[in-house]
Design a protein around this ligand. Structure first.
Ligand code: GLC
Length: 811
């Protein structure tokens, strides 16, 4: 059953039934200030780090799910009845309580109606701001005057360190105070700490400093009363659904001296028939001066300012998304490619795996492989941002070429300790090098060079994480050397801690097929970079290495229609065709095609086998049959029941590679079939099975062996956003930027007769029309640029104007 619909025009998802199987969320803000909000106003807010800069509390695994949050209670003074502007937490019966939520790019607006009172409650973080705005408009739609009371509520942490706030109560319940000054609610933490005492408040935290201040305030009316003691506002043995202050119709002007701080301001409103009033609630980190200046901006014309801020967010985001727009015969494909997959890719880019309803924020930094992948997901939409992050990640590479498993948000290139140092484990929770991290740099660097044309990037000097510095080109050579220094007995890449699959521990001296295929690709790309820099000897060396590696791979790991997945330290072959468990793996079929390791009939056989053995209606399983016996220490996925996550689940990130491999092999029909099977938008009507948000990809879907096959989990923060985006743009749409122009090789569903694409590339716009009169899956028969037929499937940049009309005829 659908719980909402896409408004493609406005780039919004509109939740029309608030009782979704789980609360559905979206993200506000950017790297300065982030927030998560659901249609119920639940979710949390943080400054810079969800782990160490937490402002609003989130209780994980809570019931009701995702509470607390940002609540606005409305109370009718005459009857004493109250409800909330979002359906939860008071949860009036649906039918009497009407509501819908518009989730957009950087904002959420909840429109509700109860007993002839209409409310609109919007949540956003203005562009570049460090505060959150809730914009409330209440309208009396009835014929009689009404006397209403508005009570806002949100629950702050007592400590910016999220885990301390939740578990170290003997400390955190006694460090905060609150003040009410002229309509401002202020929370102080460790207030007596002077500049002199600016030490870490507790181990591992980098907050410390001279006390911390947070604020909650409003503009639009002076509060009639307030509460800042959560327990006073809610009252004993009550919940967010029936706070004592709301039931009574009166806040108690409470402050805290130790205890839990909340932001609640009470406003009494008299509304004539048809009359509307607006209130702006503002929260953030900062002392009284900051709070006053934030409020100042909304004191006159606050509602208009808030609307303008939302418009600015829309313009900002839509402007980015406009760089790639597509129209195909499939709206569910378009809405993902044009808006939601792209927005999700940016959210992953910002928050990595550190802030969601499932990620607590404890990974206080950027996982290397995850982040380099995330970069690739936004390259076509924001190459500047992508380039900054790419430089940052290069500075997370150690001088010997390996990469730090995690680059912390406060990374200091040039002086970081590395996994060789026991302190690294203590500092980050990670101890060892992965065999794949540094290898993701190669496709990412190529993508950056081709997107921007800045070939000088290769000569740019960037520090190593620990010591020294080198050009990007030398960083890449060091990365290759790191892999060459870590080859196993078959001459393949050693497993080290793990490859992309965190659950597969081939062991320090085991060997990984996936990482070996990546290394093969890395050599071929390095050969291209060498050619760009006119280094023929390097080019020759890299090509020779690639061809030697390919020979070893084919000799030891290829079984005619499949690759094995790896060799363990103990000599067991993972993914051998004769194995009883996990005898076929998706990654070791798909990635060799992407890497160019196999092509033609070999690729066709490898891919056909995946369809035959691993494909389901909900996507392709990562491997099969699931592990049930062979387990630790190698196959850690046995920790999960069969069909779950890496244990023969449908791991969404890898679906992107599968789709891309099919598209590169020219199999448009299969690429689209796989795309559809995991496309959340295509399952908008099947939400009771999937449960999660139909507008974003989830980390995984349960595989065929699960009794809940098709149920999806962990929405938003997943590498899927990037891999599926790349598969969409470079694979299916076939727009492949090259060093000196654009290559066009779409792989389409044969029933698609025509598609239209708009792409901005190196400052020029391309309007591309792909025609498919013969109903083929791929193959460019004709390519026309501005009315001229081109000899190849390539558009040389030198022949392009500012605006270009491109016609591609498949056949
Ligand atoms: C998770 C991790 C990612 C890993 C993947 C597969 O998504 O964040 O690093 O590659 O699982 O195990």
């Amino acid at each position: 059953m659908p719980y909402g619909e896409f408004d493609a025009e406005r780039r919004e998802y509109v939740i029309t039934r608030p009782d979704t199987p789980q609360p559905w969320s979206t993200y506000l803000g950017d790297l300065n200030f982030g927030a998560i909000v659901t249609q119920h106003g639940t979710g949390y807010a943080f400054e810079r780090s969800a782990a160490k800069g937490r402002l609003l509390r989130g209780r994980f695994n809570a019931l009701p799910a995702t509470q607390p949050g940002r609540f606005v209670y409305l109370r009718d003074r005459a009857s004493g009845e109250y409800w909330s502007a979002t359906w939860q937490p008071v949860a009036k019966p649906l039918g009497e309580f009407q509501t819908r939520t518009r989730l957009g790019t950087g904002y959420a607006i909840v429109e509700s109606r109860y007993r002839e009172i209409a409310s609109e409650l919007g949540f956003h973080v203005p562009l570049g701001a460090r505060h959150e705005v809730w914009a409330l408009r209440v309208t009396n739609e009835g014929a009689a005057p009404r006397h209403l009371q508005v009570f806002s509520f949100c629950e702050f942490t007592n400590d910016s360190n999220q885990s301390q706030d939740l578990v170290n109560l003997q400390y955190t319940l006694f460090i905060a105070r609150s003040y009410y000054r002229d309509g401002l609610l202020l929370q102080s933490i460790n207030e007596a700490m002077s500049e002199v005492g600016a030490v870490d408040a507790h181990d591992g935290a980098d907050q410390g400093g001279p006390g911390i201040w947070r604020f909650f305030t409003q503009a639009g009316a002076d509060p009639a009363a307030y509460d800042s003691d959560r327990d006073a506002f809610i009252g004993p043995y009550r919940t967010y659904a029936n706070p004592a202050a709301v039931e009574r119709g009166q806040c108690g002007n409470s402050t805290i001296y130790g205890g839990n701080f909340c932001g609640s301001l009470q406003t009494d409103l008299a509304l004539a028939p048809g009359e509307s009033r607006t209130l702006l609630f503002l929260l953030g980190a900062g002392d009284e001066t900051v709070a006053r200046s934030v409020r100042e901006g909304y004191l006159t014309g606050g509602w208009e300012r808030s609307c303008a801020e939302i418009e600015a967010l829309r313009r900002h985001w839509h402007g980015k998304l406009e760089r790639l727009q597509v129209r195909t015969p499939e709206p569910a494909f378009d809405v993902m490619a044009n808006t939601w997959n792209a927005y999700q890719a940016f959210i992953n880019f910002f928050w990595s795996r550190a802030a969601s309803m499932v990620y607590v924020g404890l990974r206080d930094g950027l996982g290397y492989r995850d982040t380099v992948n995330d970069i690739m997901g936004i390259m076509h939409l924001d190459p500047v941002l992508a380039g900054e992050r790419l430089r940052f990640m290069l500075s997370g590479q150690v001088h010997h070429g390996g990469a730090l498993p995690i680059v912390q948000f406060n990374h200091r290139a040039g002086s970081e300790i590395t996994p060789e140092d026991p302190g690294y484990l203590q500092k980050t929770g990670y101890s060892k090098y992965r065999c794949d991290d540094h290898l993701w740099l190669f496709p990412a660097v190529r993508q950056y060079l081709c997107e921007t044309g800045e070939m000088a990037f290769l000569e740019e000097v960037i520090p190593y994480a620990d010591t020294g510095q080198a050009t990007v080109y030398e960083h890449l050579r060091a990365a290759l050397q790191f892999s060459l220094n870590h080859l196993g007995q078959h001459g393949l890449v050693l497993g080290l801690h793990a490859d992309w699959n965190d659950c597969l521990r081939l062991g320090e001296t085991g060997e990984s097929l996936f990482a070996s295929a990546q290394l093969y690709l890395a050599f071929t790309l390095f050969a291209e970079f060498a050619a760009l820099g006119e280094r023929p000897a390097d080019r020759q060396w890299a090509l020779q290495q690639a061809s030697d590696l390919r020979r070893r791979l084919l000799a030891h790991a290829w079984q005619g229609d499949q690759f094995v997945r790896g060799f363990t330290e103990a000599g067991y072959t993972v993914g051998h065709r004769a194995n009883r468990e996990a005898s076929l793996w998706m990654n070791s079929q798909a990635y060799p095609v992407i890497a160019g390791l196999i092509s033609g009939e070999d690729a066709d056989r490898a891919l056909a086998k995946v369809e035959e053995r691993l494909a389901t209606d909900f996507g392709v399983m990562l491997c099969h049959p699931a592990f049930r016996e062979y387990g630790l220490p190698v196959a850690r996925m046995i920790l999960y029941p069969a069909g779950m996550k890496e244990n023969a689940g449908i791991f969404s990130q890898a679906q992107g590679w599968m789709i891309q491999a099919e598209a590169l092999a020219g199999h448009g029909a299969r690429a689209l079939r796989y795309y559809r099977s995991i496309n959340p938008a295509a399952r908008n009507d099947d939400v009771d099975r999937r449960l999660v948000e139909p507008y974003v990809h989830s980390q995984f879907t349960e595989g065929r062996d699960s009794p809940n096959h098709g149920r999806a989990h962990n929405p938003w923060l997943t590498g899927t956003a990037a891999t599926v985006m790349v598969a969409t743009v470079e694979g299916i749409l076939g727009i492949r930027p090259d060093y000196h122009g654009l290559r066009l090789e779409p792989a389409l569903d044969p029933t698609w007769k025509a598609i239209e694409i708009r792409r901005v590339f190196r400052g020029k716009t391309f309007h591309i029309r792909v025609e498919n009169p013969a109903g083929v899956e791929s193959g460019v028969a004709e390519l026309h640029l501005n009315g001229q037929r081109l000899p190849e499937r390539f558009i040389p940049l030198a022949a392009c104007r500012d605006h270009n009309e491109v016609r591609v005829v498949l056949g």
